[in-house]
Design a protein. Structure first.
Length: 166
């Protein structure tokens, strides 16, 4: 059922903006025209070019690239500020992989703009946080209406700005 199923993007939006999470889940997706989304796609397409990329995880998301034989996955983010949403998204991918019989012990999140890499380990704490994130997502997306607008400093660069503030 549609409310039971969440995606990696939705798990990230739980931490970024719960209104954006609700709107995205309910089919309101203005991102494709947004310049920041286009920049993110360009960074993704031009970094780590020798790796196998865009590995689909059923219908929950796509891993940017992976080193399955070494037991880890990789995500590349365009931002300059590592965030809790990035961590939650890769934890969700780790959960999905492990639930589906692919033993992956960690994820590496790459931030090319700031030349940093962050490692997220898969353990009991990560699993319990992921299960809570999934439940929190389900509560938000099953609501009759989106959460109220909350103004964040990054709203001005969000693809949803016109929807929330017009």
């Amino acid at each position: 059922d549609n409310v039971r199923h969440v995606t990696g993007t939705e798990i990230a939006y739980l931490y970024v903006c719960q209104r954006k999470l609700w709107l995205f889940h309910h089919g309101i997706k203005p991102e494709n025209e947004n310049v920041n989304v286009q920049i993110g796609k360009h960074i993704h397409e031009t970094t780590f070019t020798r790796e196998e990329k865009d590995i689909p995880l059923g219908d929950v998301g796509v891993i940017d690239w992976a080193s399955f034989k070494n037991g880890y996955i990789h995500e590349t983010k365009k931002g300059k500020t590592p965030g809790k949403g990035d961590d939650a998204q890769v934890r969700y991918y780790l959960w999905w992989l492990n639930e589906n019989g692919i033993q992956i012990s960690e994820a590496r999140i790459h931030y090319p703009k700031i030349k940093q890499t962050k490692t997220i380990s898969w353990d009991d704490e990560a699993k319990s946080r992921t299960l809570k994130d999934m439940e929190d997502c389900r509560k938000i997306i099953s609501a009759e209406a989106p959460p109220p607008v909350h103004e964040y400093p990054y709203c001005k660069s969000c693809a949803y700005m016109e929807i929330c503030f017009s």
